[in-house]
Write a protein that binds this ligand. Sequence first.
Ligand SMILES: Cc1cc2nc3c(=O)[nH]c(=O)nc-3n(C[C@H](O)[C@H](O)[C@H](O)COP(=O)(O)OP(=O)(O)OC[C@H]3O[C@@H](n4cnc5c(N)ncnc54)[C@H](O)[C@@H]3O)c2cc1C
Length: 428
Amino acid sequence: MAPHAIIVGAGLAGPLLAILLARGGHRVDLVERRPDPRSAAHDGGRSINLGMSARAIAALREVGLWQEARRLSVPMRGRMVHAGGRPAFYPYGGDPSQILHSIRRDTLVRLLVEHAEKQPGVRLRFETRCVSVDRDAAAVTLEDGTTLRAGFVVGADGASSLVRTAMQRGLPAGFSREYLEWGYKEVTIRATPGGEPAVPLEALHIWPGERGLGVAHPNLDNSLTCTLFLPREEPPDPVSAAFPHLATLVPDLDEQASAAPMSHLTTVRTAPWRHRDTTVLVGDAAHAVYPFYGQGMNASFEDCLVLDRMLARHPGDREAAFAAYERARKPHTDVLAELSERNFLELRDGMRSPLALARKRLDLLLHKTFPGTWVPLYTLVSHTTVPYGEALRRARRQDRLAAALAAAGAGLAAAGLLAARRTGRTTR
Ligand SMILES: Cc1cc2nc3c(=O)[nH]c(=O)nc-3n(C[C@H](O)[C@H](O)[C@H](O)COP(=O)(O)OP(=O)(O)OC[C@H]3O[C@@H](n4cnc5c(N)ncnc54)[C@H](O)[C@@H]3O)c2cc1C
């Protein structure tokens, strides 16, 4: 019999890991401070929509939930950029299967929790806050004073993880937390009175701008959920001043925006992710990233798959399994943090830069022409499960090649011009 596990946090990673561990024969207690997502008391939580890409799809496939999740989502075939003038559509890839899937967070959490509950040995405890963790004894104390003991504790309790704090307290550990100077608010782009979507549904819509960045994911009911990223200091007032086109689609944009709370965006980097064979972290507890690559959940799901694999690979030596898991994941989630920071600028400024957009089109053209050889970074990150660090290395090689080709092209053009001038001189 595999040891008993306590997972703190039934957000996205927690219930997926509970399913995987239960399949491996573990008894699992899943402890969540918020109400059951299937109950009326549940409030949906932060960020209403999520884009599922290759890594989330692989994880959901692994536990037999992909077809159901797909049915509950809307496909997004590319980005539609609204930067003045006519909106421009940029497909995600040359291959029509390269699409993202927009799903409501609460729908996905419900699906995972329902499936976790069906696994033998899984016990769900909602409205149960964990208040302390004994990292050596693998024990957690709940708000009502109950103490649960297990073989190991998993911190799946998000960016402000209590498990992480308790696990690292007094030990040599690295920790950094940064906040972006921009936060976010969510508003709804309702369907038209005729029930039609206000903008084409099968795209991620982007309104880039210096004073605000809008990103909208489609919903099954023909509405879209739009996240308005805004400077926290001196946000545009009224908000519609930064989004004139969006304001034509959402007549009550200012009312919605002033009623919505401003949420923060954070990057967490930390190490170690584990303590002996008793405590381990997954998901945002180990590596929260800004949402601009749409990979936080995707990476968190990938953690669960890798942790489960390492436990199977090291039966009877959980400490080795935890160490192998951290070694396999940490370098790549560090790269993801860097990419996610960079993509904020790409979305905000790059989507308005003709040069950056031309480079994007060139990348896609090269990918279409040499699909096995030339794969844009975005495609590697979103449409493959190539580890993030490897994806970045490959993209850098391609960048060097593109620069060399551009230089060679410029050299040839210059040589051609020179030759033409010489010929001109001799024939004149
Ligand atoms: C605006 C925005 C948009 C995003 N869009 C995307 C996207 O499109 N694609 C994508 O892949 N990712 C996206 N993400 C990232 C994604 O939301 C996170 O990476 C993901 O939620 C991490 O899952 P998690 O389970 O690790 O943590 P969480 O989802 O934060 O879950 C942690 C859970 O732990 C519970 N908890 C915390 N403390 C305790 C305690 N003491 N006791 C009991 N329970 C506790 C919390 O209530 C929560 O339910 C987005 C994030 C934001 C902010």
